[in-house]
Write a protein that binds this ligand. Sequence first.
Ligand code: 5GP
Length: 180
Amino acid sequence: MSQPVELHGRLFHPFISAQQINERTSALARELDEAIGLETPIALGVLNGAILFHSDLIRAFTFDVEVAYLRTRSYSGMKSSGKVDIEWPDDLSVNGRHVILIEDIVDSGRTLVALTKELKERGAARITSIVLLDKPAARIVPYKPDFVGFEIPNAFVIGYGLDFDGLGRNLSSIYQVVEG
Ligand code: 5GP
């Protein structure tokens, strides 16, 4: 973790360690435990970025939970296209359900605003959003997640599920781009 990593010729510095992620994830799971009512929620992970956060978080829950995933796309390289595509799975119904929406990072806010709208249109009874990373300075559309792991500055990050053009998702820690 103390060494920088190079992906596609760009350098990334160590930023948040695997241990920090692990401790924060456990703390978030405990906070969620208290926020959950009697109903069994659906832990809905947003692919691909939230894979590791989702899998670590659900294993730290002490309540019963159903697990589902959907895919969104808006990024190419280090730039957001501004348009959010949602691939809704055929077998996923959220009607009348409590959905815990689990996302890697909130940046412009567009993805979570689009997903919230979609979930409401599909009849979700309650939506609780949880993001590992929040970049409030990057917000273009207003959005406030219910639970946040770490607030971070507006710089591109990779690792722990987050990629740079397909690489870096398998790193256990999070790294921040070195500008220049
Ligand atoms: P938003 O719609 O809030 O702009 O962005 C959400 C999505 O953009 C995230 O799910 C993630 O895939 C991607 N994203 C935003 N910021 C970063 C970043 O710093 N690094 C990486 N790898 N992806 C990001």
